[in-house]
Design a protein around this ligand. Structure first.
Ligand code: P1T
Length: 386
């Protein structure tokens, strides 16, 4: 098959069905499969262990990330947890200082109790990674662009360091998607996704996935998928396959609109700062240009006037819905300090710049002029509130 991602989105893992010729992948709901004799089955025995619809999805996602294996999960958090369960008690993980609040919570409130150690560090300089390394460090975990500060980390440089030390690098590629960034091709061992976001693109299912070409890691993850059991339903796998077909065109539009809106927001007096990797003012602008095919569809900004301004802004928006999550065709806006990143300790939030005037936008694919007019209304309300 072609190695063009736009083609793989639509065809990888999705041959017409062998029994009826169905062009679209059938949703196989059966939890169990007939065996011709004990232990003598036709590839599937029980849907937690394996399912034809999930297999099609895993093949497609592996192809998109350039991996030999994909292991699908019932949420991004389940995928993250499964990767961390592949480590041992007493192991140490270096974590990017800016990650989704729920990811931080898995480290801080769930796996710490079982002896998994972690340190949050700013990885914009690889020197920090080197300095924070401990004898028991086994994994580096980062998001790039990160949620919600949109920091960009140098995957190739960090991967070189990880390989030198014989440890693993996992990259959460949720914000970029394979359309804009391919971490495995830059040396990462593992890619993780919340498929809830851009990959599905329609905000109508929750899912996660981990992709790798490391056979030992893949075997562990397949084992954990079956043993722990946080699997996606066949229906959700189908929904994701359906959403994936338009990933290429959606990402092009997200990038086009976000780039325009980020530049425009930067010129507005109500806005203190715009965080967007496609702006020349972004500290990792050059790296983003080198590492990514486009700066993505997410914009963060700090409004002048703190919480009253942010609340007025979010309250006045009509098209941008005030809601958690991101990456759908519809535009969303949210307040990370109160919503998605409430589980990050206030001091760490403050150090990152996630303050009361800080809001995050997921730019959808509606008409750009409508989106800009909506934000204009929000800014007007923010101005009036301060
Ligand atoms: O929500 P879930 O599918 O479990 O995915 C968790 C997750 C993992 N990684 C990143 C980068 C994420 O952004 C998320 C989920 N994030 C949100 C819900 C949010 O609004 O930021």
């Amino acid at each position: 098959m072609s190695d063009h991602l736009d083609t793989l989105c639509i065809h990888a893992g999705q041959e017409p069905d062998a029994s009826h010729g169905a062009v679209m992948t059938p949703i196989v709901l059966s939890s169990t499969f007939a065996q011709d004799g004990p232990g003598n089955h036709r590839g599937y025995d029980y849907s937690r262990a394996g399912n034809p619809t999930r297999d099609a999805l895993e093949k497609c996602l592996a192809a998109l990330e350039g991996a030999t294996h994909c292991v699908a999960f019932g949420s991004g958090c389940a995928a993250t947890t499964a990767v961390l369960l592949a480590l041992n008690a007493g192991d140490h993980v270096l974590v990017g200082d800016d990650v989704y609040g729920g990811t931080f919570r898995i480290f801080d409130k769930v796996l710490k109790q079982f002896g998994l150690q972690s340190t949050s560090i700013d990885m914009t300089d690889v020197k920090h990674v080197r300095e924070a390394m401990r004898p028991n460090t086994r994994l580096i975990w980062l998001e790039t662009p990160s949620n919600p500060m949109l920091k960009v980390f140098d995957i190739a440089a960090i991967a070189t360091f990880a390989r030198e030390k014989g440890i693993l690098l996992a990259v959460d590629n949720t914000f970029a998607t394979p359309m804009l960034q391919l971490p495995l091709s830059l040396g990462a061992h593992l890619v993780v996704h919340s498929t809830t976001k851009y990959l599905n693109g329609h905000s109508d299912m929750v899912g996660g996935a981990a992709m790798t070409s490391d056979e030992t890691l893949a075997e562990k993850l397949h084992f954990l998928q079956k043993a722990v059991g946080a699997v996606p339903s066949p229906f959700d796998c189908y929904m994701l396959l359906r959403g994936l077909k338009t990933l290429g065109v959606r990402m092009e539009r997200h990038v086009l609109s976000a780039r325009h809106l980020a530049e425009w927001l930067g010129s507005r007096p109500e806005v203190n700062h715009v965080y967007y990797p496609g702006l020349a003012t972004h500290p990792q602008y050059a790296l983003a240009k080198k590492q990514m095919k486009g700066p993505g569809g997410m914009i963060s900004l700090e409004l002048r006037g703190g919480l009253p301004a942010a609340a007025a802004f979010l309250g006045a928006l009509r098209l941008f819905v005030c809601a958690e999550s991101l990456g759908g065709v519809e535009s969303l806006a949210e307040h990370p300090a109160i919503m998605t990143h409430a589980s990050i300790p206030p001091a760490q939030r403050a150090a990152l710049g996630i303050n009361d005037g800080f809001v995050r936008l997921s730019v959808g694919i509606e008409a750009l002029s409508d989106l800009q007019a909506d934000l204009e209304g929000g800014l007007k309300a923010a101005r009036a509130a301060t």
